[in-house]
Design a protein around this ligand. Sequence first.
Ligand code: FMN
Length: 666
Amino acid sequence: MLKLLFTPIQVGKMELKNRVVMPAMHYLASWEGMVLPHHVDYFAERAKGGAALIIIGGCTIDEASGAVNMLSAKDDKFIPGLAGLAKVVKGHGAKIAAQLYHAGRYSHSMLMGGKQSVSSSPIRSRFTGETPRELSIPEIKQVQRNYALAAGRIQRAGFDAVEVIASAGYLISQFLSPLVNRRKDEYGGDFENRVRFGREVIEEIRRGVGPDFPIIVRVAGNEFMDGGLANEEARLFSRELENAGANMINVTGGWHETRVPQITMGLPRGGFVYLAQGIKQAVSIPVMACNRISDPILADRILRDRQADLIGFARGLIADPELPNKAREGRFDEINYCIACNQGCFDPIFEGKPQTCLVNARAGAEGKRTLEPASGRKKVMVIGGGPAGMEAARVAALRGHEVCLYEKNECLGGQLPLAAAPPGRAEFLTFVRYLEGQMKKLKVTMHTGTEATPLQVEREKPEVVILATGAKPAIPGIQGADRPNVVLAWDVLSGKADTGKEVVIIGGGAVGLETAMFLARKGTIDADTLYFLMFNQAEKPETIQTLLYRGLKKITVLEMLKRVGQDIGRSTRWAILQDLARLGVRTLSKAMAKEITERGVVIEREGREELIPGDTVVLATGANPVNSLYDQIKNRVREIHMIGDAKSPRKALEAVAEGLEVGRTI
Ligand SMILES: Cc1cc2nc3c(=O)[nH]c(=O)nc-3n(C[C@H](O)[C@H](O)[C@H](O)COP(=O)(O)O)c2cc1C
């Protein structure tokens, strides 16, 4: 079925066994730039899984290039650690490259021991809230030498290639783009001058590493910044890079400051392939397409259509390190696909936490969270078929236990189908489908539509019970909460409850905002209709925009805290708020709901009472655990564990991690 994904390709003098590449994802759990044992475990697992090339890093190249806890190539002392990692990865049959990283004005002083960041010009960064220092010409030459020195270290450490990041709005982009390059010397002004810094970096590296060592450059296919460079300039830039000695162009999306989502689930799968396609038309070296291509069938189609020569699977390989091997063997239904939620991988960066993954809780702790065969086969009864219960069942069955699972609803997945209900969030169902498939494959005996009772537990005679009975919506003690015009957010999302024309949602956390999105999109046009109208020029562009943004309902979200969406990760929150604003949803923070009437919700805000009108009031006011069975059975079973929301309502990330932990330790 796959024609090209598993065919070899030449990048300069480097032969890759297939077209699957793991692009760089900086991994913050380093200690002063050193490679640590968990890095080795992490990358070894991806190498074993069948990827042809693994790009580690970004790696800092000098003191001002990035955070202290990123991997580094800024000194010879890092070579032994890098060499050890390279040996292991290569031992598993993959090639290894390192990304050289200089974030320029995107480096935060706090993460660089108080040092001010540097850039082409002193333009304040919205990303860090800080203003960088302009590099002088001698400093520019030094930074370029630092790139070359770092590349030399990577080469000496036995790596197969080096990559330079010239995208994302980092230092090389900061020279290339007129948005922040205001220099008057030979490094600023027209395109030729702005391209000089990046071109010279590649030339300097080439001089250092010799003619045969492959150099990859990662470029922004479009900066996606107002007044910034688009794909046309990225093509010209890529051609310059090729002339300067680059052997491959890795194409990603825009800058960190862009308001166009780059890696959220809102970006359709393969949504940025057109950027790589544009660049492929401008250069003769191999081009890699990236972002949201976690599906090997899609990847193969991109290659067959000659839109790109290689495919970057970044989070796809966090989610499932074995994805390439499974795809090569045609085991597509066994792949645990990335759902682009960012909860475990990208969001923790902002809190300085290490990487993990919602759908693969082993990610980042491969050496610790190992899955050993069970020492004795036990009968395990899992109660609850949400993410926590199914993950526990999967892991326990994988280790050789005899597992049965009880779920009171007909459908599995717990709250994941609710999370998947708003437009653009359907990826959550991908994980449910994977877990369902695993239940079948691992022969977990399923009892859906069956509420587990103490009697049933007695009949099953399990040696271990895992209680993963989830949560139910919390009803706040607001006067009028029992009125007929009040519905629960979960019921709205599941289609059980209807709403009127004017809706007030109480609770501006993730569930409240997602419900607002779900309702606000009612009556707007879908993707196919948009395509039809645009393609046939059937409506004026202004009319199409109105049809996209204006639905049938007027929606207000009330949140008593200072900010709405407090429980949503930083990489996704801004995109959700932007969507809601475009859809005309009003959000009111610091708004305390006092009473629900037939005319709406009376709130108190900044000392004043006000009626927020609405014919329907939706409650999105949190959840309470469902775990009464625990007390009823705890004295009747030998071993009992409570996990996920049944223990305390949190995110799916925690639920899955607890499922894994109990599954691998019983
Ligand atoms: C946790 C995390 C860290 C990342 N760090 C880097 C980085 O250091 N350098 C880089 O070029 N891209 C970085 N990226 C972007 C990825 O390489 C990739 O382009 C992005 O995740 C989209 O591809 P995907 O949808 O296949 O994950 C990072 C992404 C994630 C999720």
